[in-house]
Design a binder for this molecule. Structure first.
Ligand SMILES: Cc1cc2nc3c(=O)[nH]c(=O)nc-3n(C[C@H](O)[C@H](O)[C@H](O)COP(=O)(O)OP(=O)(O)OC[C@H]3O[C@@H](n4cnc5c(N)ncnc54)[C@H](O)[C@@H]3O)c2cc1C
Length: 574
């Protein structure tokens, strides 16, 4: 520790913001390249949102379905993403995921097994073959445990329960970051040649969400403020199956593994309604399609008593269900008093995953700001307009590794950065402003209203009118947030923490609404009631958001041409 300015200051080569799967994998790689690495996270190490991941990670290992290969995985990912994906990322992901899984196994991850001792793989929506490597329905826990053990053994420095609120720059390039300790409220700065943003998603801007409290879009907002570009922010995934009842757990995820293991969806009349919407793939259709189907059934009066659909796995032997879906069994037993081995669950769509995020280069995770990298859910590109289940956990290890590697290489060449007292001073003033006001609203009320706005106006189905209203509401919310007040001291003060997170949520929410308004078609997770079809012209471009002065501006970016060999793979019909 050195004393720069008045703050506790640490110097490192690579600063990783986030200790989920992407951050930990990036840290391991940067350490392996000889860099000094610091990892900072809002929660305790081991508690990042990735720990909640259930169904598995997708990799074309061909352990169960011998015909699987990276080409099929590539094609499935591109088709699932409605061809808006960064094709190079989809290619690298499909090619490298099997090696990343084998590596996890070598580092101690205990996957479920086939009878002949290979890693077992299960079916998931949109995947042609059984492809998801899993540990029952607790895959994320095993992944975090494995990566964490490895990273701690290799020796990264960890700063947990510490929130970064600003990226610091030296001219155009990254110089470090400013934040605060959540327990003491004291400030901290990091001086770093490279930073990897691995801060996960944005689900907490919606009322019904499967996401943990950490998912407030911080990394995307911090990168945007530092000059980085945000890509395809309109594509927010609503997972078809969240709990709908009891109210206290509304939105909590019901893993797709239930459908992967043979779960059936029915409406209140007992009809398997997916026959109408996707008769070929039925329950294993992609998430965008299943979510819209459930939503439509409910809207047209065929929903369950609590406004969802029935999901039933009780036709499978009880022992099998308890072994393959232990968390789901306990979740429903304890929270809803439902025994899923005997009867159906009630499920409905829940805000789940952000396909959009920081625009990065495929090979390196480099953003448009020198020294700033991103990986995992905070970065965009791989999933296009819709993510296939299981493709996030594999994304974390494939692109976490690549970002860590590139960040370490960059740090080797970059000159020592200089921290600018004016920037840290401004970060401090911004953070303390809500304490200084003698009157003003509580951040909780503003957050509540933000969630209502995003749920009602930027949800599964969108329209010009709703999105314009959303943008107007967001302006009002921003004005209210500029006057909000926080009471109490800086000692572990959740209201104060929320006041800062809220600023990030407002930024990413505005980006979502702006991009959704501009995309005048329906594609993947973005469904416009007023433009219900996909348009070829829109399939040729992505949307990019960047800060110009104080204004959020959007421009279209033409998609680079795909090489012939990849086009051929897409044309094959398996
Ligand atoms: C219930 C559930 C089940 C899922 N199951 C699957 C599955 O089976 N398969 C699959 O592929 N995907 C699944 N997903 C999606 C997947 O889990 C996530 O997309 C993925 O875990 C995100 O990982 P990440 O490393 O990008 O970020 P996270 O795991 O979200 O980690 C973010 C990290 O950043 C830190 N952070 C955030 N902001 C700050 C800040 N300002 N300062 C400091 N630190 C910060 C957090 O503390 C945390 O450590 C599931 C999601 C949910 C909600």
């Amino acid at each position: 520790m050195t004393a720069a300015s008045n703050y506790e200051t640490h110097e490192t080569d690579v600063l990783i913001i986030g200790a989920g799967g992407a951050g930990l994998r990036a840290a391991i790689e940067a350490l392996a390249k000889g860099a000094r690495v610091a990892v900072v996270c809002k929660s305790l190490l081991g508690k990042a949102h990735t720990v909640m991941a259930e169904g598995g990670l997708a990799a074309a290992m061909a352990n169960v379905d011998k015909a699987d290969d990276w080409r099929t995985h590539f094609r499935d990912t591109m088709r699932g993403g409605k061809f808006l994906n960064n094709w190079r990322m989809a290619q690298l992901h499909a090619q490298e995921a099997p090696d990343r899984v084998r590596e996890l196994e070598q580092w101690g991850a205990l996957f479920d097994r086939t009878a002949d001792g290979q890693i077992l793989q299960r079916a998931f929506g949109g995947h042609t073959f059984k492809r998801l490597c899993h540990v029952g329905d607790r895959t994320g826990l095993e992944m975090i445990r494995t990566l964490q053990d490895r990273g701690v053994q290799m020796g990264f420095d960890v700063y947990m329960e510490c929130t970064i609120t600003k990226l610091l720059k030296d001219g155009d390039r990254i110089a470090g970051a400013f934040g605060y300790w959540r327990d003491s409220g004291n400030f901290i700065t990091f001086k770093a040649k490279s930073i990897v943003i691995a801060t996960g998603g944005i689900g907490k801007s919606w009322k019904i969400t499967s996401n943990s409290w950490e998912c407030t879009g911080d990394g995307m907002a911090l990168a945007y403020e530092a000059g980085a570009e945000l890509l395809d922010m309109e594509f927010v995934q609503f997972h078809p199956t969240g709990m709908v009842w009891p109210p206290g757990v509304q939105g909590l995820l019901v893993t797709e593994a239930v459908r992967g293991e043979g779960g059936l969806l029915r409406n209140k009349n007992g009809e398997r309604f997916m026959e109408k919407y996707d008769p070929k793939r039925m329950e294993l259709s992609t998430r965008d399609v299943v979510a819209r189907s459930i939503y439509t059934e409910v809207r047209e009066g065929r929903g369950t008593p609590h406004g969802g659909a029935f999901l039933d796995i009780s036709h499978k032997p009880a022992e099998y269900v308890k072994r393959k879906l232990p968390s789901m069994y306990h979740q429903f037993k304890e929270l809803a008093d439902v025994d899923i081995t005997k009867g159906p669950m009630e499920v409905g769509p829940t805000c789940h995953y952000m396909m959009g995020g920081i625009r990065v280069e495929a090979e390196t995770g480099q953003s448009s700001v020198p020294g700033l990298f991103a990986a995992g859910e905070a970065a965009a590109g791989l999933h296009g307009a819709n993510r296939l289940g299981g493709n996030s956990l594999s994304d974390l290890v494939v692109f976490g590794r690549r970002a860590g590697l590139a960040a370490a290489e960059h740090a080797k060449k970059a000159p020592a950065p200089v921290l600018d007292n004016a920037q840290t001073g401004q970060a401090e003033r911004e953070l303390l402003a809500p304490f200084a006001r003698s009157s003003g609203e509580s951040p909780y009320q503003i957050h509540h209203d933000l969630q209502e706005t995003m749920q009602n106006l930027v949800g599964i189905f969108r329209s010009d009118e709703d999105l314009r209203r959303a943008l107007t509401e967001l302006e009002k919310l921003k004005a209210r947030a500029a006057r909000m007040r926080v009471e109490g001291s800086r000692l572990f003060n959740p209201g104060w923490h929320l006041s800062r997170d809220l600023q990030c949520m407002l930024t990413v929410s505005e980006a979502c609404a702006l991009a959704a308004l501009a995309r005048k078609e329906s594609r993947g997770a973005h469904s416009r009631l007023d433009y219900p079809k996909s348009e070829d012209a829109w399939g040729t471009k992505n949307q990019v958001i960047v800060k110009k002065g104080d204004t959020m501006t959007l421009f279209e970016a033409p998609r680079p041409a795909m090489p012939q060999e990849l086009q051929q793979i897409l044309a094959e019909d398996k």
